[in-house]
Design a binder for this molecule. Structure first.
Ligand code: RAM
Length: 345
């Protein structure tokens, strides 16, 4: 079991000291033609491209990724759009290709729309690793998966069922409509609930676009549209935090249950004030770490991404590439009032 939270506290403290490199042009040591001589072309350079900047979930991934890059002696940068859209990601992919970065580690806002750009980057020699939210498998070398889809569906299904007594109307407040990860989790959630909890009805899935205000507004609209709503499941750290903020200040607090996937730091006050009783997540910092070691192993030629390839991910240990170029981090973890004080990310 590779699930570990042990470096979270130190990592978050380090995050406060980091400066985001927004322009994607701070360090071009990848060596494109007329570089500054020496060993530039053999230097390892890794670019991290989250769905969007300003999301504490991806800030935690950056901490893990940057620590791994430091351990590997790699040049590291994080770039990304402010809104979680595929168009916003394409220009950063193109820049990484032009700069001939060794590897690009990306959480995709759409499984198809960034594929052409990724394929061009790959043709330019950039190793492509998706993490958190995958593209079509043909568009990347590896996908670093945080947790198994069925496991995520199960934990969310069991949590909401427990919180609403196994019956009633439930809505999903998701991220963006094209997010590969949430769409897969939601489909599996609906299947799981239909088979395990037939008295629960999933009435609608709405999309907050991983934007705080949109998610807040969608929560308000759900409560108006469905007066009998018993619960909301939000499989996005942005959505669940915005929904909790709305509920905590409304008559629905304590009446409408809320669970899903959240970061402990964003959810702590809502656990403490009773708006939320339990939610789940993995360690996004470890996810960034694992993705970066995988990217380095590809770029160094230690692995090709074939099933059965193994590589070391520092303190996280040894990992093996599974079918379809997928590497699995571990299992989701449930946070509640009893344990949330132990976590800081
Ligand atoms: C948000 C993003 C991310 C997802 C988490 C759970 O931060 O949508 O992709 O994995 O929630």
């Amino acid at each position: 079991m590779k699930f570990s939270f042990k470096r979270a506290t130190a990592g978050i403290a380090a995050a406060a000291a980091l400066t985001l490199v927004l322009a994607g042009c701070a360090d071009t040591s990848g060596g494109d033609g007329g570089g500054d001589g020496g060993s530039a072309s053999t230097e390892l350079s890794i670019t991290l491209l989250p769905k969007n900047l300003g999301n504490p979930y991806f800030d935690a991934s950056r901490v893990g990724a940057e620590a791994a890059a430091a351990d590997l002696g790699a040049d590291f940068e994080e770039v990304g759009p402010t809104e979680a859209t595929p168009d916003g990601q394409v220009s950063y992919i193109n820049t990484a290709a032009q700069q001939q970065r060794s590897a690009l580690v990306v959480s995709a806002n759409d499984p198809n729309a960034i594929c052409d750009a990724l394929n061009e980057a790959s043709d330019a020699g950039v190793k492509i690793v998706t993490f958190d939210s995958d593209t079509n498998p043909e568009c990347r070398d590896l996908f670093i998966n945080q947790a198994d889809t069925e496991g995520i569906a199960r934990v969310q299904g069991d949590l909401i069922a427990e919180q609403i007594g196994g019956a009633g109307e439930v809505a999903i407040l998701s991220a963006s409509a094209n997010a590969t990860n949430q769409n897969a989790w939601n489909e599996a959630f609906e299947e799981y609930v239909a088979s395990e909890y037939p008295d629960i009805t999933v009435v609608e899935t709405v999309y907050g676009d991983d934007d705080d205000q949109t998610s807040f507004d969608k929560t308000a609209a759900l409560l108006q549209t469905y007066p009998d709503l018993k619960g909301i499941v939000s499989p996005t750290t942005v959505g669940i935090a915005a929904a909790a903020r709305y509920l905590s200040d409304s008559d629905a607090k304590g009446e409408v249950a809320l669970t899903g996937l959240g970061t402990p730091n964003q959810m702590r006050e809502y656990i403490e004030d009773g708006t939320v009783t339990a939610f789940a997540l993995w360690n996004p910092e470890d996810l960034g770490t694992l993705a970066t070691y995988a990217a380095a192993a590809l770029a160094n030629g230690d692995i090709t991404g074939a099933e059965g390839d193994t590589f070391s991910a520092g303190d996280l240990g040894e990992y093996t590439v599974g079918a379809d170029g997928v590497v699995l981090l571990g299992d989701p973890f449930v946070f509640d009032a009893d344990n949330i004080g132990d976590f800081d990310f």
